[in-house]
Design a protein around this ligand. Structure first.
Ligand code: COA
Length: 280
């Protein structure tokens, strides 16, 4: 089903299917490079999807041959070079807002489906997504040094979170491209599959997430992101508090349901699959 009452529609396409919101960067003729207009649209789309019940899992992908060729060199860089500082900051802010802040804190699971070219600035939304599946044939490149700049915005920060320092150095300094299989070996994506199987595998993964308790999923992803930056000692206290918070806000009463179904009803094994969700 296509999205009816959502913002955007010019540079971004949104479709719903069985709880999955397929969000497609939709400038295929420009290899889905990210212009200020696309960035503004994505800010609104993500804002709307966060509270839209048709979206239980979000998949981010690109139309045509590219996931995204990074920032729009014409509209994001050259066209803003002469603008007053505050206007340049306004343009950069919407880019950072959706690519990093909104996506990495999105309250539902997110999957990047890397269907093709993925360059420069596109690494930020890629790494901000919780999970990523790539086509084996997709080509990745941290190409900034090739045109005389550094990977700015949130790119370098994202890279050192997702890659080893050696690999971040190598691919940032050489701008050598790598494919989906190499991206999977380096852990930048969870797995790579032949392009012909990409949508099928992504759908399978998304449906697995749609079936799980959304409060527990949200708490899991928030906990992982927070644990990246808090000291080891404090993490025990934080995770205890996070667990208590989850029990308070989980209107499915998942923890007790899970214990009852395993210990009393013996209707499932938590190690082997998800519990029955009576609230669905
Ligand atoms: N910014 C602005 N325009 C871009 C762009 C970008 N990042 N990436 C592609 N385009 C435009 C091209 O200028 C071209 O526009 P035109 O038809 O008006 O001439 C169109 O998209 C198609 O690009 P083209 O280079 O002809 O496609 P391709 O399939 O041969 O190559 C890429 C694809 C991605 C390898 C190539 O476009 C490229 O190197 N893009 C820049 C990648 C990059 O370094 N991004 C980092 C930005 S932070």
């Amino acid at each position: 089903m296509a999205a009816d009452n959502l913002p955007g529609g010019k540079n971004v396409k949104v479709e719903f299917e069985d709880g999955i919101a397929w969000v497609t960067l939709n400038r295929p003729e420009k290899r889905n490079c990210m212009s200020p207009a696309l960035n503004d649209e994505m800010v609104q789309v993500l804002d709307a999807l966060e509270i839209d019940d048709r979206c239980k899992v979000l998949v981010l992908t690109g139309a045509g041959e590219a996931f995204s060729a990074g920032m729009d060199l014409r509209e994001f860089f050259r066209a803003t070079d002469g603008l007053p500082y505050v206007q340049q900051m306004r343009v950069r802010r919407s880019s950072a807002t959706w690519q990093w802040q909104q996506l990495s804190h999105f309250m539902k699971p997110t999957i990047a489906m890397v269907n093709g070219w993925c360059f420069g600035g596109a690494f930020t939304p890629l790494i901000s997504c919780d999970l990523a599946i790539a086509a084996e044939e997709a080509q990745f490149g941290i190409s900034e040094v090739n045109w005389g700049i550094i990977p700015g915005g949130q790119v370098t920060r994202s890279l050192v979170q997702a890659m080893s320092v050696r690999n971040a150095m190598y691919y940032t300094m050489t701008a050598e491209t790598f494919d989906g299989k190499q991206a999977a070996q380096m852990g930048i994506v969870n797995e790579a599959v032949p392009k012909a199987k990409l949508r099928e595998r992504t759908t399978q993964l998304a449906k697995m997430l749609v079936a799980k308790n959304p409060h527990a999923l949200r708490a899991c992803k928030e906990a992982i992101r927070s644990c990246l930056s808090i000291p080891f000692e404090a993490s025990g206290d934080y995770l205890g508090a996070k667990s208590s918070q989850l029990r308070l806000i989980d209107d499915e009463n998942g923890r007790n349901q899970g214990l009852t179904q395993f210990l009393d009803e013996k209707s499932y094994r938590p190690g082997l699959g998800a519990m029955r969700r009576d609230k669905e």
